[in-house]
Each structure stands twice: as C-alpha cells, then as structure tokens.
Design a protein around this ligand. Structure first.
Ligand code: NAD
Length: 275
C-alpha cells in the first residue's frame, strides 16, 4: 500500500521568493571562472549574495573577474590550479579545510578538435583529465568533506554528448557523457546525505572557447563552418546562446528554488535537441 505523508511540507513552503533565490551566507566554488560561462556564473552568484571561490588555470583572468565583482560586496577567494592534476585538486581542498563550499560548480573544460583517427594517448588523456577526471575528484572531495552537511553540485555537460554535431570532438563527447553519468550516480547515491547533483547541458554558447573555434572557421575549416550554420538552422530560437543564459539556470539549480531537483539534465540550448 502506498502511504502518502500529507503532513510533510515542501522545503520551499512559506519561504518568500526573494529568500528562495538568495545565496546569502553560502559559499560557492566555480571552476573555470576566469572566462565564458564560469565567469557569468560568478557574476550571477555574487549578485545573489554568495561568497565565491574562483578556480582557474589562468590566475590573471580570475583576478580580473574579482575586480569586477567589487560592486556586490561579497568575499572572493582566488586559487590558481590546473585541474587536470589530482594533486593540485587535493592541495586546493587541503587549503580550504574547515571552510569548504556549500555549492560546487564543475565548469572548467577544454574542447580541442582532432580527427578521431589522429587522436593519440597524450591527447586523449589530457582531455579526459581536464574534463572528466577533475570533476570526479572535485566531487569526491566535496562529498567527503561535507558528508554530514550535504550541499549542491552542478556539473557541466554538453549537447555534444547526446547529439554529436561537430567533427573531431569524439574525445570531448565521451568526457561529457562521463560527467553526465557520474552526476546521476552521485545524485542517486548521496541524496540521503542531502546532496543535490545536477547537470547543465548547454547548446551553442558564445564564449572565448567558441570564439576560438570560430577563428578556426575563418581559416576555412569547413567542418566548423558547417556545424555553426547547421546549429542556427536547426535551433528553434535561431541563434547561439550567451553565457548569462546558462548562468541564470545555474543560479536556479544552486538555490532553494530547485530544492526538489536532483539527478536532472537541464538542457539550455534554445530548443536545439528537441527540434
Ligand atoms: N560554450 C559552449 O558552446 C558550450 C557548449 C556546451 C558545453 N559547454 C561547457 O561549458 C563549460 C564552459 O565552457 P566555455 O565555453 O565557457 O569555456 P571557455 O573556454 O570560454 O572557458 C573555460 C575556462 O576553463 C579554464 N580552464 C581550462 N582548462 C583548465 C584547467 N586544466 N584547470 C583549470 N581551469 C581550466 C580556462 O582557463 C577558462 O577560464 C565547459 O564545461 C564546456 O564544455 C560549453
């Protein structure tokens, strides 16, 4: 017999909208926050009142991001780390011992293109280390350090893992498929420890990374040109997205507006996958 607990209140019952969306008194760690989507997430989270830990391989860029966050009056810590190296990840969590973040956004990734037949061991290892293994170790550190407190984890997937569009991205596609599978496994395993783990699945978003891809197109790489054109033609909204449109969904997943959302793949692609 199914027993329904009618007395159980939703976590969000009777909480004002402004409180639900607020990240005040929360600390959020965002990887790859020196550029693109990570930088946009840092802005929205700061606006919502979160104290931030910005992590990137490019220290200059996160220092610039910090300067621009001055208006929000939040604390911002900076860490330079190459997340492809597990020892740098461990040292980061060692430095944060006792002040671990409530929210972890695993956003850093690389997407270099290479024909499948030319991929060699060092190339594949580099992409998997940055895009997938780093997420694995970051999640393990987060969950281990907050097993009794819980927290929120947001990982970055890609529509490429579901519907490969660009040529030469097989290594990227498997890294993102891995991130999506890992996130669902952790959501299932650690929900009772009060962890919510979700995946953002962006479509084509204008960032420094995609601008670099566009530069390849200028060199008459027809594969890239073709896929950019096809993306816009198929997408119901008929355009690429911008980083802030992903950041706004990240904010929803980070705050209590999504208190009953875990193990979800949230697609932010202007309708591309559904068309
Ligand atoms: N832009 C898109 O169209 C798109 C589409 C789908 C998914 N995504 C995903 O969104 C995320 C952000 O993409 P983006 O376009 O903003 O990327 P981006 O290249 O503009 O920025 C990535 C950031 O990660 C940092 N980074 C790279 N390697 C690192 C390492 N080893 N250690 C630490 N930091 C490192 C870079 O310095 C940079 O600041 C990625 O996970 C990407 O796969 C992007």
């Amino acid at each position: 017999m199914l027993v329904v607990d009618v007395t159980m209140k939703k976590k969000s019952d009777q909480i004002s909208l402004i409180k639900l969306i607020s990240l005040k008194n929360k600390k959020a760690l965002i990887t790859g926050s020196g550029a693109g989507i990570g930088k946009a997430i840092a802005h929205r989270f700061a606006e919502a009142g979160a104290n931030l830990v910005l992590v990137d391989i490019n220290f200059q860029n996160i220092a610039k991001v910090k300067e621009n966050l001055g208006q929000f009056n939040v604390e911002v810590e900076l860490y330079k780390a190459d997340l492809s190296k597990s020892e740098e990840i461990n040292s980061l969590w060692e430095k944060m011992k006792g002040t671990e973040p409530d929210i972890l956004v695993n956003n850093a990734a690389i997407y270099p293109t290479k024909s499948f037949l030319e991929v060699d061991h060092p190339f594949l290892e580099r992409v998997l280390n940055v895009n997938l293994n780093s997420v694995f170790w970051m999640c393990q550190n987060m969950i281990k350090s907050r097993l009794k407190k819980g927290g929120v984890i947001i990982n970055m997937g890609s529509i490429e893992a579901v519907l490969p569009l660009k040529e030469g991205l097989s290594q990227y596609d498997i890294s993102k498929a891995g991130v999506m599978a890992l996130s669902r496994a952790l959501a299932s395993e650690y929900g009772r420890n009060d962890f919510r783990v979700n995946v953002l699945v962006p479509g084509g978003i204008w960032t420094q990374g995609t601008k670099n891809l566009a530069k390849e197109a200028m060199k008459l790489n027809f594969g890239v040109l073709k896929s950019g054109f096809e993306y816009r033609m198929r997408s119901p909204l008929g355009r690429m997205g911008n980083a802030d449109e992903v950041a706004c969904m990240a904010l929803v997943l980070a705050c209590d507006l999504s208190s009953y959302v875990t193990g979800a793949l949230i697609v932010v692609d202007g309708g591309f996958l559904s068309a």
